[in-house]
Design a protein around this ligand. Sequence first.
Ligand code: GRF
Length: 213
Amino acid sequence: MSGAGSNLSALLEAATAADAPFEVVLVLSNHPGARALGIAAARGVAAEAMPVTRFGGDVVTRDVAMRDRLCAAGVELVVCAGYDRLLSAPLLERFHGAILNLHPSLLPAFAGGMHAVADALAAGVKVSGATVHLLEPGATDGGAIILQEAVPVSDDDDEASLHQRIHEAEWRILPRAVALWSQGRLRLEARRVRIVAPGEAGGAPPAAWEERP
Ligand code: GRF
């Protein structure tokens, strides 16, 4: 997490449901001031800032420490919600098929970078939205799409108003995608993610695409 943490709040709220198939056990941020850290701590969830400056400015060293921290906490699925840096190989490889990313556009439109909402407005699109996808090494915002929700653009929208409605879509699809992953209900067929019924056999869930190192 790097941002305001509203998606973390949505996940924490969803995790309180009696039948929630997941729990949030650890929140990490690369920004010591990230609001997400306070939100997690207020709910009794372990939270830690891991800025690159703590690791001599070396991103790979920081990401190795993040990986080890995640593993020590027993994390099975990593969720990037507003994380504003690329993850490096040691983390990506350890959690292959087990990292979800959230992007404020209907991918593949407006992929890459942190300005998807402004870019959508500048392009004059009439519909934008939110996407949850699997993080694929080497393909920024390019991994297989799990869920999307469309958000109509109004003539009088500015970046804040459009992002607010995209956020509301994110708060719906992110907890749903985490639940589907946690229930083993995702199947990858070429680049398409198929959602199967609970307990349906056949195919491999994303975390088993390859042997984990
Ligand atoms: C979200 O819109 C996400 O799609 C983008 O950053 C924003 C994070 O919002 N990558 P928040 O910190 O969860 O409120």
